[in-house]
Design a protein around this ligand. Sequence first.
Ligand code: AP5
Length: 257
Amino acid sequence: MATETANETARNIGPVILLGPPGAGKGTQSKQIVGRYGIPQISTGDLLRDHIARRTELGLAADGIMARGELVPDDLMYGIVTTRLREPDCRRGYVLDGFPRTAAQAGWLDAFLQKTVFDNGSESADRCPPVVIQLLVDYTQLLLRLTGRRSCPTCGRLYNIHSQPPLVDELCDVDGSKLVIRDDDREEVISGRLAAYETQTTPVASYYREQRRLVAVNADRPMDEVTAQIFGVIDRHCEECEEQSSPARVPAAERRS
Ligand code: AP5
């Protein structure tokens, strides 16, 4: 198992896009992908919350918008995503958690990735096209997941009072910090977030489906089962990329033997 993980952390993965409504498990599954493949999680929600905490100009602009459960304007998103994707830890790939979230963002990302390949030449993992994984979850289950979510303000670990409670009520198992509820997980905001997903993010799924890049996963299953499905999708995607980029086009299965 350790050898298997070591192999995965040496591999070029390329961009992995996790698409799904609030509460689908994008953050939870991103952390599993980070652990197996050694690529960073880029959560635009976390980046925005960090700007809010630091009271930057972007944070001040985003604060009220996020509190209402609406989407931050596309133009404000492109700057933070560009800066983050240019960091060296993204070279082998990265998990995008919460981006793209509008059809315009998806078009922008395609243009950005094409330009990156052009700028970096054949050395870049961005030659591997994005794999887009859509997490499908029933509406009632989403509500339970969002209203039950708690997180540790110190280590970031996620809990759920219904499906994954801490050992001691309201305290983090790892460091004992008092768990917190996210501001936008209040019931009156949740419905707005789910509505924004329906109207603005559903077209993103259509965009990638038309490009034959969308792979749907049943995320209404226990966490480990969802993780296994996602690893299967990423492994198959990597093998296809390796086959296409290998000069002799030797099947990936033969090269590994
Ligand atoms: P963001 O932070 O991205 O939030 P979100 O998309 O609403 O997603 P969540 O973080 O709520 O859910 P998740 O899918 O990560 O689920 P999780 O793993 O935590 O965005 C927040 C805001 O920022 C947006 O509303 C918007 O304003 C702004 N924003 C961000 N990106 C933007 C962009 N690109 N453009 C414009 N605006 C943007 O899991 C949820 C709970 O379920 C947890 O308690 C977990 O333990 C539990 N759980 C997970 N999986 C399972 C399972 N299989 N079974 C049972 N329980 C599970």
